[in-house]
Write a protein that binds this ligand. Structure first.
Ligand code: MG
Length: 348
């Protein structure tokens, strides 16, 4: 028996009957010989880790725009925290940790520079709208690997596509039909747990809120410190799901209520707070002007994308959006400066 088959057999032995199994994956967009060493989901995790778009996450905004303070989260540290929480949940519930980690590491690859400021600009500029979760799938399917895509398994791709729930419920309702493995659902929950805890932590660090201002239900149920908040949420989901014994994730009504209260509080006090977003307007202008330039100036398009613009306007728009969405905050700022601001004459 080859090494991969041994690992697949081990999965079969130790994982819950509800877990996804690498050997029973619904497959890849293009069939390929599987790695002799690694099961499919483990291989996918590694492909994402080595992708260029993964490395760019370190210079993309989470909430606070291009923070100069070294301790604020970026998209990369957010992604790693989601992965940590999701893997803890997966291991405790005997679900597939490799699949969980692959989805977690890939879930935000499609995020624009400047966080939601960038996303909402592209949403307005593109006739079909723009959503970071669809873009994340586009990145792994079409843009990475010099346009060939990473050819990931169906389960990882669907986990990435369906990770976002906006302001909706983060656990699937009992009758909800989702094309999502339990591992994919874990990442959805872990994403919320991670961001409500670390955005609270960063907002306190930034002096935007104080611990004492957290809603009472949050302080009572989740506590007012990051480690206790995450610990409480993680343990609640594990305990309730094991108690439920069924094929869905469960949390206690108290924990869910406290999480929703914390998320609402963050929307009000941080995400929609003009003091935090004082530079959002400027960031929106940077993204808008770069996009318009790509649409209007052929030489600019060619110099940025190293190919002449396509004649078809929809195609051109799509490539311009892909290019912009892939930028880090600092790349967008440099390109803007280079394109629109005068440079001092250097010769004496
Ligand atoms: Mg996320």
């Amino acid at each position: 028996m080859g090494l991969r088959s041994q690992l697949e057999a081990r999965e079969d032995k130790i994982l819950s009957p509800l877990a996804a199994r690498s050997a029973s994956s619904k497959g890849r967009p293009r069939p390929e010989p599987e790695c002799s060493l690694r099961p499919a989901f483990q291989h996918d995790r590694d492909r994402i880790l080595y992708a260029k778009s993964f490395r760019r996450l370190k210079h993309k905004t989470q909430v606070f725009l291009a923070p100069t303070g070294d301790h604020y989260r970026t998209r990369l540290t957010h992604t790693l925290e989601v992965s940590q929480i999701a893997r803890t949940l997966a291991r405790a519930l005997a679900l597939n940790e490799d699949l969980t980690e692959a989805v977690a590491l890939g879930h935000d690859l499609g995020h624009t520079p400047f966080g939601h400021a960038g996303e909402s600009v592209l949403q307005k500029l593109l006739p079909g709208g723009f959503h970071h979760y669809e873009q994340s799938l586009r990145v792994v399917d079409h843009l990475e690997n010099d346009g060939k895509g990473l050819n990931l398994t169906y389960e990882v791709r669907m986990g990435i596509l369906h990770h976002s729930k906006g302001r909706g419920k983060f656990l699937a309702a009992p009758d909800e039909q989702l094309d999502l493995t339990l591992e994919g659902q874990l990442v959805r929950a872990a994403d919320v747990m991670a961001y409500i805890a670390h955005d609270t932590d960063d907002a306190i660090r930034g002096g935007v809120i104080t611990r004492a201002e957290l809603p009472q239900v949050v302080r009572q149920v989740l506590g007012d410190r990051l480690s206790r908040q995450i610990d409480t949420m993680v343990r609640d989901l594990i305990d309730q799901t094991l108690k439920g014994g069924g094929p869905r994730l469960v949390m206690s009504p108290q924990a869910e209520e406290a999480m929703l209260a914390l998320r609402d509080f963050l929307y009000k006090r941080v995400y929609d707070n003009m003091e935090v977003h004082i530079d959002f307007e400027k960031a929106s202008k940077v993204v808008t002007e770069l996009f318009m330039r790509l649409m209007e100036k052929n030489e600019f398009y060619q110099s940025c994308l190293s190919t002449p613009p396509p004649a078809d306007i929809d195609q051109r728009r799509m490539h311009a959006a892909d290019y912009i969405a892939g930028m880090t905050d600092r790349y967008a700022l440099h390109l803007y400066e280079d394109t629109f601001l005068p440079k001092p004459w250097g010769r004496i």
